[in-house]
Write a protein that binds this ligand. Structure first.
Ligand code: DGP
Length: 114
């Protein structure tokens, strides 16, 4: 997708603070952190949002979730936990149309969201 910010990050055209990368996944710190730990894990495949997942994406999404768990633990969130969030479309507050899982931790987080 030519106009996708996260595809540009994957290509290296936009810099990011990468935490992890393999052939299918990229993880990087959020540019506007809402907690001491706030990173995103994205599939390199351009999937616009969670509503556009297909059955063939199951293993990819499983890997993505497990990677977020691993990285959250590595960043110190294993004992106290974290929040794992996927925003979707306008009502869900999605601002970047490339599927991404937020991981937020390092402090107690409020609930419910506003
Ligand atoms: P969402 O509202 O779920 O679509 O969140 C998108 C997140 O992406 C938001 O927390 C800010 C982050 N973000 C947007 N542009 C960039 C960028 O260029 N670099 C990084 N690292 N994060 C970005």
């Amino acid at each position: 997708m030519n106009d996708c910010i996260f595809c540009a990050i994957i290509k290296g055209d936009i810099p990011s603070r990468k935490i992890y990368e393999d052939t299918e996944l990229l993880a990087f710190h959020d540019v506007n952190p809402q907690a001491p730990v706030h990173f995103l894990v994205i599939p390199k495949k351009h999937i616009r949002n969670i509503m556009e997942l297909e059955s063939g994406d199951s293993a990819l999404l499983g890997r993505l979730l497990f990677k977020a768990q691993e990285l959250a633990a590595a960043l110190g969130c294993a004992d106290r936990g974290a929040r794992f969030v996927i925003n979707c479309k306008s009502d869900g507050g999605q601002t970047v149309d490339h599927l991404h899982l937020h991981t937020l931790g390092g402090k107690p987080l409020g609930w419910p969201p506003g």
